[in-house]
Design a protein. Structure first.
Length: 194
């Protein structure tokens, strides 16, 4: 285990944060640091906390949660995405995601942060043989996820300004797609192991 390996793990874990932040940026009229920092903080915090939980809980807990983590992430993201998608068809003239009341409220963002970070829960097991790296890894994972979330949010806003479309439908499809990606990756890995 070395610094470059930890950075690569952090980048890998932050990809879902990046994609969800992009979908949230599509719903924003303009870049607001208040929303960007709130979202980035929650995404970074959850991405960092999950490996720490599994590290202290040990390999038994992590292997148990690995059986269900992809289903939990898929269901949460699919439900949120489906709601956005359906509401987009009900209110096709709304360009600013106002149909989702307070799309950047704490409750919504915490649900998304949890859903995108739950597959990181098993990552802490990697560091059980390397206890001297766990706090460094947690810090790096959190910071990278924080940065990627802000970048994704900004890109989503630029994407929205460039193209005119119903942002709720696109954002909903993105969340469902992220959930499917997590589910398929885990099922594929499980099938290969078996």
């Amino acid at each position: 285990m070395n610094l470059s390996a930890i950075i690569l793990i952090g980048i890998g874990l932050s990809m879902d944060c990046f994609a969800v932040s992009t979908s949230k940026g599509i719903c924003a009229k303009k870049f607001k640091w208040k929303y960007a920092l709130r979202m980035a903080f929650l995404f970074g915090f959850f991405q960092a906390a999950m490996p720490l939980i599994s590290y202290f809980a040990g390999s038994g807990f992590a292997s148990d949660i690995r059986i269900y983590d992809h289903w939990i992430a898929f269901i949460l993201l699919a439900l949120i995405g489906l709601k956005m998608f359906i509401e987009g068809f009900k209110h096709p003239i709304d360009p600013d995601c106002r149909i989702v009341k307070h799309p950047f409220r704490w409750k919504t963002l915490i649900t998304l942060a949890f859903a995108t970070s739950i597959d990181a829960l098993a990552t802490g097991v990697i560091f059980i043989p390397y206890p001297e790296y766990i706090w460094l890894a947690v810090g790096i994972i959190g910071v990278i996820s924080f940065i990627f979330s802000i970048i994704g949010f900004g890109l989503g806003i630029k994407f929205r300004k460039r193209f005119k479309f119903n942002v709720e439908i696109i954002g909903g499809l993105m969340l469902i797609g992220i959930g499917l990606k997590i589910l398929i990756e885990h099922l594929f890995i499980t099938d290969n192991i078996l």
